[in-house]
Design a protein around this ligand. Structure first.
Ligand SMILES: Nc1ncnc2c1ncn2[C@@H]1O[C@H](COP(=O)(O)OP(=O)(O)OP(=O)(O)O)[C@@H](O)[C@H]1O
Ligand SMILES: C[C@@](O)(CCO)CC(=O)[O-]
Ligand SMILES: [Mg+2]
Length: 349
């Protein structure tokens, strides 16, 4: 089947409450942002698979024939691709010449691309020549879900090229909509992309990037929140580099080391998310100054909790102090930061 050119985009997100706790089955509230990642996929007749990632200065190509030899022996069940193929990842690592220790931005982006590309096309046994270019308005590694938006774009475009979902826009259409089933398929494959980049993601980031809007997420269950007030959120990027993978693993270690201390903190974060959800629902009918002060207190409480679980950073402490002096209550959003490899952005109502 000939491959069609396609252009797709997906939004980044801000987590209002529940980051990290959501990895351990607690509630998170997430909202999509007006900052997007874009992807263009075009077929080519050069016999190469090419990836252009200008944001991270990565431009690579491989012969289709050499990639073809890496195709998994068994075809992935497109609709039930829940777990990573643990044999394919090491094969890909050795193909691109990196070890398990290489977790830099470019390596992770290339691995996610090649993994999704090969797995989606396994069943056809024939990999087409194609060029994929991805560019983004989102800062990379700043807590705004750049990895999820990247994975969602890859999943949507590759599934489309494979003919597993309908093309995003017909010739005579101005707007397009994928069916619920197609959206779920995109989300399933984006989650695998996140697993490659993150290690142990909860799935909240790819869910909000796939569906947009505001949603509550708990243990894989996505509940869109339709009645929420218009919120103005100030995002600040501290520009301190860090990796979500490293931070998520650090929290897991801390819970393992101090279960009786950390589990109640996660429970409390869960309660913060639920209280925030109730407050937002009430505000949709009528907002009062008391509602805003509850939202502010919840921000402060959660920022302290995030410090306790070890994902704070001195730059965030400074930011919270500076913004509070101007009446703004801040918390980190996304993975946070600590040690040499951190970051984040701040959110405030
Ligand atoms: N525009 C992009 N081009 C290529 N790769 C990207 C792009 N944006 C993100 N990535 C990939 O995602 C990784 C960053 O993901 P990471 O989860 O660490 O941060 P984030 O998603 O921005 O923040 P958070 O997960 O806290 O919301 C990069 O290392 C890179 O592999
Ligand atoms: C830190 C985390 O909770 C949010 C990252 O945006 C990780 C995850 O949910 O996968
Ligand atoms: Mg991420």
């Amino acid at each position: 089947m000939p491959i069609m050119e396609c252009i797709v985009s997906a939004p980044g997100k801000a987590i209002l409450h529940g980051e990290h706790a959501v990895v351990h089955g607690k509630v998170a509230l997430a909202v999509s942002l007006d900052l997007r990642t874009y992807l263009r996929l075009v077929p080519n007749s050069t016999g190469k698979v090419c990836i252009n990632l200008p944001n991270i200065h990565t431009f690579l190509s491989w012969d289709v024939t050499s990639l073809q030899s890496l195709l998994p022996g068994h075809a992935a069940d497109l609709k039930n691709a829940k777990e990573l193929d643990i044999d394919l990842l090491p094969r890909l690592r050795s193909f691109i010449g990196v070890t398990d220790c290489n977790t830099d931005t470019s390596t992770m982006a290339v691995l996610a691309f090649l993994y999704l590309c090969l797995s989606v096309f396994t069943e056809t046994r024939e990999l087409p020549g194609l060029t994929v270019s991805v560019w983004s308005e989102l800062p990379t590694g700043a807590g705004l879900g750049s990895s999820a938006a990247y994975s969602v774009c890859l999943a949507a475009a590759l599934l489309c090229a494979r003919g597993a979902i309908t093309p995003p826009l017909g010739d005579l259409e101005h707007t397009a909509r994928w069916s619920e089933e197609e959206m779920e398929l995109i989300n399933t494959w984006a989650f695998l992309g996140e697993k490659i980049i993150h290690g142990n993601p909860s799935g909240v980031d790819n869910a909000v990037s796939t569906w947009g809007g505001v949603l509550r997420y708990r243990a894989g269950k996505i509940t869109p929140l339709s009645r929420v007030p218009m919120l103005r959120i100030l995002l600040t990027n501290t520009k301190v580099p860090r990796s979500t993978k490293v931070l998520v693993a650090g929290v897991k270690d801390k819970i393992y080391k101090f279960p009786s201390i950390m589990n109640p903190v996660l429970e409390s974060i869960d309660a913060v998310s639920s209280t925030c959800q109730e407050t937002l629902t009430e505000m949709a009918s009528e907002s009062t100054p008391e509602h805003y002060s509850v939202l502010e207190e919840l921000m402060d409480i959660n920022q302290h909790h995030l410090n306790v679980i070890g994902v704070g950073h001195p730059s965030l402490d400074t930011l919270c102090r500076v913004t509070l002096a101007r009446g703004l209550h801040s918390k980190l959003t996304g993975a946070g930061g600590r040690g040499l490899r951190h970051h984040p952005a701040q959110a405030r109502h």
